[in-house]
Design a protein around this ligand. Structure first.
Ligand code: SF4
Length: 451
């Protein structure tokens, strides 16, 4: 399905939106100093001696990407406007490997001079030499996984920083000339209280960042803390996890507190000053092309002839990735059907506070594909889960989640999915949450940005 138009509604001063004809490059670096108890990413405490082999494998993959895309009839844009090093803790890379990696990127792609280049870092885990090397290769954004400015909370999850140290790290980036600095917090850590949450929010706003992310801890089997809590155990502080409804209140408080500090929410978990948005992450929500290299990295490119989105990934096993033959073997791409593309456009587009444009979806997918949704959109608006805003003097165009809809986003998405299969709106059996319903799920944090 061709990507017809950029639907970003940018405020004056906002960073330029990601273009459909350029590429975002994601580099996964899975090395960490300690495995955080809440972490469900493909990362681990691997020996630093494996880093050169890992970077060499990344380089082989970068070199192989164009031929691989061509073999699968996928369009791989040559021009890159965003690069994101995530993981893992890519700030642990030694300076020479970072330099080599960027040399290889520039050998195979054209990186725009004003490309946004982000490095994820944990506080106290970005050496001055690596930072210098990063600045030399064009690094202009550092995203710190602070998670909590309360030392006891951070230490309980395997982090080692105090609140003062985290603030000092942010200040060090600014003094070093990093143009954009972001910091993440997690609501719902073991032992967290309303008072300690507000302390973290206060310190976050003190730091005068231009971007911040706030996630709610997700209870799933993929993290040690989540698995322990699900089986009713107490290890990793699982018995001290705050209640979901309280965490939802903290999330709502964060939206207000950050807005007062000038960091407006622009996505379920993301906040920025004008000019501070993560252009790379906007690619995911706007379904712009991106290529992921490294373990468990995901990609989305478009079919050269039909324009259909193709998704593919790298398996998460490090040993397999390091095997010399592996560099050319992304999993077989999966071509999305128009129906799957429309579902993605809803799920990803509604994560943004700007929401989705019905006129744009109609142009992309056709009026018939949109027709089944009109009744459920009205019901969701009635249930205070969606807002519907008219276009220029015309009918309803822009649809966005309300705050309540953000907290109940999984219910909204389930209702939209169910509507697709309903022959007539009045037969829709999917019950919508009533206004007094408590959130049944946290906003999904599907984009891997916690370092
Ligand atoms: S949260 Fe970040 S630093 Fe902690 S284990 Fe996961 S990837 Fe590593």
């Amino acid at each position: 399905m061709p990507d017809l138009e950029n639907p970003i509604h940018a405020a004056p001063g906002d960073a330029r939106p990601p273009r459909p004809d350029t590429l975002g490059l994601y580099l996964a670096v899975p090395f960490c100093r300690a495995k955080c108890t809440f972490c469900n990413f493909a990362s681990g405490v691997y020996p630093a001696s494996a880093m050169p082999a890992y970077v060499a494998a990344l380089e082989r993959q970068l070199a192989a990407a164009r031929a691989w895309a061509h073999r699968h009839s996928l369009t791989l844009p040559h021009t890159i406007d965003t690069i994101y090093l995530g993981g893992g803790t890519p700030s642990l890379l030694p300076p020479d490997l970072l330099t080599t990696l960027f040399h290889t990127i520039r050998e195979h792609f054209h990186v725009l001079p004003d490309a946004e280049i982000t490095l994820e870092a944990a506080p106290l885990q970005l050496d001055p030499d690596t930072l210098d090397a990063g600045l030399t290769v064009g690094l202009n954004r550092v995203s710190f996984g602070v998670q909590s400015f309360v030392e006891a909370e951070a230490r309980a999850t395997a982090r080692t920083h105090s609140g003062d140290e985290a603030l000092a790290e942010i200040e060090r980036m600014r003094r070093s000339g990093v143009a954009h600095v972001s910091a993440d917090l997690i609501a719902g850590l073991p032992g967290q209280t309303t008072e300690s949450w507000h302390h973290s929010l206060d310190r976050l706003t003190e730091a005068s960042l231009d971007h911040s992310s706030v996630y709610m801890f997700e209870l799933d089997e993929d993290s040690r803390l989540g698995a322990e809590a699900l089986r009713g155990g107490a290890r990793f502080g699982a018995a001290l996890l705050p209640r979901e409804d309280i965490v939802a209140d903290w999330y709502a408080a964060a939206i207000d507190r950050l807005a007062q500090a000038g960091l407006a929410q622009y996505e379920i978990s993301n906040f920025a000053r004008p000019g501070g948005r993560s252009v790379h992450n906007e690619r995911y929500w706007l379904r712009r092309p991106y290529l992921g290299v490294g373990v468990d990295a995901h990609s989305m490119l478009r079919h050269a002839h039909t324009g259909a989105a193709a998704r593919f990934a790298i398996p998460e096993e490090l040993d397999a990735f390091l095997a010399p033959h592996h560099a050319t073997t992304w999993d077989e791409p999966e071509l999305l059907t128009p129906r799957e593309e429309l579902e993605e456009a809803w799920f990803l587009g509604l994560r943004r506070t700007a929401g989705v444009s019905l006129a744009l979806l109609t142009r992309q997918f056709g009026g018939d594909a949109l027709a089944p949704f009109s009744a459920v959109l009205a019901e969701l608006a009635e249930a205070d889960l969606l807002t519907r805003t008219p276009g220029d003097g015309g009918p309803v165009d822009r649809v966005a989640l309300t705050r309540r809809g953000q907290l109940l986003s999984n219910d909204v998405f389930a209702a939209l999915l169910a509507a697709e299969d309903q022959p007539a709106p009045e037969q829709n059996p999917q019950p919508l949450p009533h206004a007094e319903t408590q959130p049944s799920s946290y906003p999904a944090t599907s984009i891997p940005t916690i370092a």
